[in-house]
Each structure stands twice: as C-alpha cells, then as structure tokens.
Design a protein around this ligand. Sequence first.
Ligand code: GSH
Length: 219
Amino acid sequence: MAGGYLLYSAAGSGGVAVEAALTLIGAPYALVEAPTFEDDAAAGDRVLQANPMRQVPALVLPGGEIMTESAAILVRLGELHPGAGLAPGPDDPRRSAFLRWMSFVSAAVYSLYWIKDDPSRLVADPAIHTEIDTAIQDRISQCWAIMEAGVSPGRYILGDELTVLDLYVAVVSRFRPRRQRFHAAAPRMGEAVRRVDADPRLAALWAGRYPFFEGWDRL
Ligand SMILES: N[C@@H](CCC(=O)N[C@@H](CS)C(=O)NCC(=O)O)C(=O)O
C-alpha cells in the first residue's frame, strides 16, 4: 500500500495498541478487521496473507514491508516517528528498561493467550481446561507484579513521558483476567494506564475499538 500504513487488527485485540500508537503519531492507516480469536475462519484467512501465524496485529509499512509481533511493531513505529516521542532512542537512559519491558509484555504475558484462548490446542481433555485457564490467569497476575516491582513509574510507566509501553500495557491489561487483577498486582502501573485510558487524544479510539462498559471488568 503506497503512502500509508495498512493494519490488520481487530476490536478488543492487541492490535488496538498499534492503532493507539498510529493515532498519537497522527499517521493515517487503513484497517483490515480480522477478529482471529473468534470462531471466524475467514478472519484468520484474511490475516494469513500478512502473517503466517494467523494473528493480529500485522502491519504493512508504506514501502510494502510486512511487520508482525506487536512489541516490534510498536518499537518500530516509535523509531520511524521520533517526533511523537513514543520510543526512547538508543542514547536515552530509559532505553534498556523500554526494550526489556516491551519484550516482557510480549513474551511473558501476551504469548500465553494462544493457550488461554483455546486450551485444546495443547490438551484435548476439556475437564482440564478450567484448571489451565486459572493457572494462566495466576501466571499473568504474577508477571504484572514482577514488572511492577521492576519499573519506576512517574506519570507513566517509564517516567513522566508516555511511550508505546504505556499503550501496550493499557491494552494487554484489558485482556482476561482484566483490570481488577491487574490493578491489584500493579497499582503504580495501574495509575499510568488509567492516565492512558483517559487521554483525550485516544477517547474516540477506546470508545470504538476497546470500550469499557458497565461490569466489563467483572467478566
Ligand atoms: N506474538 C503476537 C501475539 C498476537 C496474538 O496473540 N494476537 C491474537 C489477538 S489479541 C490473535 O490473533 N489470536 C489468534 C490466534 O492466536 O489464533 C504479537 O505480540 O503480536
């Protein structure tokens, strides 16, 4: 796609973090809606042309190159648009923590959803699926607590400036076990993500793509 970004994403998915980054950057993008995690084979087929993992997000860069992997996409967008100030550069004192925690969210938390969303991918016996789900929810809460202990937040997770890490955590912490457990495990990061939730530049995006509704966090 010449001249703009093409994003494969879905409402309520990790792709919304990429949508948030593009919104703050002010970069126009076209969207291919592909709710790969729902019982929708066509959605998987749609994203397959960009991502052999059948997952969103996948981003086609203006030059045609395809990127998958949410953390890499977010870091790269920050690099490609330095004026937006969303990704600490190589000489920034926050750089090591930035890369560390971007990878951590992806590897330690987000990757668990491939099993959590459908435990039969690993274990056929449905009698065990609830146990797996509970164990994964506990593991996710533990990971948030480990991250909470390792960061030194200011107004945002890495200090007083918003980065794509804040967008990433604000979205991934909406997945089950959702925010009640996230806030219990990570109260200081919780303040940062509430700030991201309330950012007026993102109000329309959250409302349209990952809305809060009465009782959403009790699911
Ligand atoms: N490692 C990937 C994980 C992406 C991912 O799990 N995406 C979910 C949506 S939030 C998905 O497409 N799930 C469908 C599936 O895994 O079959 C990333 O960080 O981008």
